[in-house]
Design a protein around this ligand. Structure first.
Ligand code: ARG
Length: 459
């Protein structure tokens, strides 16, 4: 039998393979709530514009509410023959209310319908991700506050560079995740225009009110061009691009947690709640959540590439290719939300090992730059020469098998006889970090001021 929704010009129904490749109900059922919200707004508008009688609009409204509750209860028979969520809902509506159901699709197409549903869904995800990011930022701020002045090594090339504070390191991630929030907010603002009423691609001859449906669905305004409205998916791509950058940040942090929780570093202890054991090695406590965050990110990058590839080269306006926009976005959104929740849990629960951080901060000649700066200030040495003298002192310490503050004054004066006792004042890591008070620097005083500023901003 031919299709009940569009089969007028067909004598035969589709091949099973055709149905299999064509149907999207297996995944786009996730748009049910958005689809019904869009249909309710459309029906109310049609009635307000005199295109639909009030009694038909009321029957549609009540019927759609019934369909929604059936779907929410898990009491809805989704049909592959009905292809997608739009036709599944409309078909059930017809069973429930009869003839008025057939009037709902006046002045509308599945093309503007799906564009509307998907925008609503992605917009909701922007809000969910924003809340997830805020929770993570709060967890990072709590860590920063607990260890605002705890010293740890700062790295470049993963080699000990200069001492920094634990609070400063946590706040670096706060900055990154705050920019991620801004990127999602920016994408959300741009996507918040309504495609509904663009119809198939050209608009409609019915006297519809697109402002009304836009407003009912929380959009700022209707999209200006009907071809654009049904044919672009840049809003989903902006979501995936923002998600990819956020995911990259999460992955870097996950990598640090993997390194830091190792026996060789022992910078942090992850909680039992966010670790797993080994089935053979009884001593193991593995950072699986961090590793899985690091790996989930691949799906998100992949989704971005997938949808870019689906969209490239499509002529205007709608092509069925675009039905492939949903699964990558669903998967990326799910992966990102889970990764955010897991990271927030890990950060909230983890214990920084203050002693291990301090021991590592002091090793590896981490205050060599402080020593060179002291030579510049105390002896008025050009920095290049100070760099050279300090290099010789590092070598002397290395030969002796100690850190810089393990050299005696005589041993230092053997390298440069202008050096005095006062040098020992700059070799300690606490002095080092306390001295870094330049704007954005790692000094505990800066860190505390930044924490206060963030708390104020978050409210
Ligand atoms: N399931 C379709 C999609 O996701 C809905 C739009 C179908 N439109 C059409 N003209 N076949 O894109």
């Amino acid at each position: 039998a031919s299709n009940q929704m569009w089969g007028g010009r067909f004598a035969a129904g589709p091949d099973a393979i055709m149905e299999a490749i064509n149907a999207s109900i297996g995944f786009d059922r996730r748009l049910a709530a958005q689809d019904i919200a869009g249909s309710r707004a459309h029906a109310a508008m049609l009635a307000a514009c005199g295109i639909l009688t009030d009694s038909d609009a009321e029957a549609i409204r009540e019927g759609l509410l019934t369909v929604l509750s059936e779907i929410e209860r898990g009491d809805f028979a989704f049909s592959t023959a009905l292809e997608d969520i739009h036709m599944n809902v409309e078909s059930r509506l017809r069973e429930l209310i009869g003839e008025p159901a057939g009037r709902l699709h006046t002045a509308r197409s599945r093309n503007d319908q799906v564009a509307t549903d998907f925008r609503l869904w992605v917009r909701e995800q922007c809000d969910a991700v924003d809340a997830g990011l805020e929770a993570l930022i709060r967890a990072l701020l709590a860590q920063a506050e607990a260890g605002a002045d705890w010293v740890m090594p700062g790295f470049t090339h993963l080699q000990t560079a200069q001492p920094v504070t634990w609070g400063h390191h946590m706040l670096a991630y706060v900055e990154m995740f705050a920019r991620d929030r801004a990127r999602f907010a920016d994408a959300r603002r741009r996507m918040n225009e309504s495609p509904l009423g663009a119809a198939a691609l050209a608009g409609t001859s019915f006297p519809i009110d697109r402002q009304m449906t836009a407003q009912a669905l929380g959009f700022d305004r209707p999209m200006a061009n009907s071809l654009d409205a049904v044919s672009d998916r840049d809003f989903a791509l902006e979501f995936l691009a923002a998600a990819s950058i956020c995911a990259m940040h999460l992955s870097r942090m996950a990598e640090e947690l993997v390194i830091w929780s190792s026996a060789q570093f022992r910078f942090v202890a992850l909680s039992d709640r966010f670790s797993t054991g080994s089935s053979i090695m009884p001593q193991k406590k593995n950072p699986d959540a961090a590793e899985l965050i690091r790996a989930k990110i691949g799906r998100i990058f992949g989704a971005n590439v997938t949808l870019m590839t689906v969209m490239k080269g499509l002529p205007l306006a709608y092509s069925k290719d675009m039905q492939e926009d949903k699964e990558p976005v669903f998967d990326a959104a799910d992966s990102l939300m889970l990764a955010l929740a897991a990271m927030t849990g890990m950060v909230g629960d983890m214990t920084a090992n203050r002693a291990a951080l301090a021991a590592a901060a002091g090793s590896g000649f981490s205050t060599a730059t402080d020593l060179a700066d002291w030579l510049v200030r105390a002896l008025d040495m050009p920095f290049r020469q100070a760099h050279h003298v300090t290099g010789a002192l590092v070598k002397a310490a290395e030969d002796k098998g100690c850190d810089l503050d393990g050299l005696t004054l005589d041993e230092m004066r053997a390298v440069h006889d202008g050096i005095t006792d006062a040098v020992f004042g700059v070799l300690g890591v606490d002095n080092s970090v306390a001295s870094r008070t330049s704007l954005g620097g790692t000094a505990p005083a800066n860190v505390r001021a930044q924490i206060d500023a963030w708390k104020e901003r978050l409210g």
